[in-house]
Structures are given as structure tokens and as C-alpha cells.
Design a protein around this ligand. Sequence first.
Ligand SMILES: [Zn+2]
Length: 134
Amino acid sequence: MKAVQRPIQRGRKRRALEGEAALRAEVRRWAARIGVRPRRVQIRPMTTKWASCSSAGRIAFSSDLLRKSRSFREFVIVHELLHLLVPNHGKLFKSLLNAHLPGWARFAGGRLVGPCRSGEPFWGPAPSPDGLSP
Ligand SMILES: [Zn+2]
């Protein structure tokens, strides 16, 4: 039994590593474009979010992203990298997101990319018109 399973597991592992390398390359490309330098990029299983960004500049991406579409992955990558410039989801954050990734809103369909560093979910309850929490 084991002799049969091993090559399959090796294949899975290899594909996972290739996926990770591709994700890291995408992160590097976007970091150069945006002009930021994450201190550390981790790819690991995460149960409740797609990614997180620490105040020290460390970014972690969920390994589930490897199975998502390239455009969704890109959105999560740009979102997290922008947190190195703007820690919240305010007007500046959204305008930078619009500038780098026009059309990002189509990924907003009920999906929660967060809570991020600010601790607030990106698509939580509608914010009050002034952008401040009630
Ligand atoms: Zn965020």
C-alpha cells in the first residue's frame, strides 16, 4: 500500500512547493511594483482568513490561496502589501487599491479578507457614511 501512496504524496508535495514558489514570485513582483519590502513572507494553513500582516512587516498568506484563481490571489497579495503603507482600510487604502488593482471590488462579493492588522474585517457591516465606527 505504502509503495503506491508514496509517489502520489510526493507528487502532491511537489505541486504544493511549486505553487508556493509561484505565490512568492507573485508577492515579489507586486512588492516591487508597489514599492514595499515585506520583512518576511510566510505561506501556511490559516482557518479564518486569507492573509494577515503584522505591524513589524511580516505577511502570512493562507496556503488555500494556492487553489484560488490568480486574480483573487493577486487581490489578496495587493491588499496585504498595501497594509505595509496603510494599516487600516480607510480612504487612502481604498484609493491605492483602486490605483493598483482597478476592478478589485468584484472580489468583494461577501468574501472576508481579514481581519487584517487593523483587526477589522474588510467586508464587515457597512461603515457609517463618515467612515468612522459608530
Ligand atoms: Zn486588510
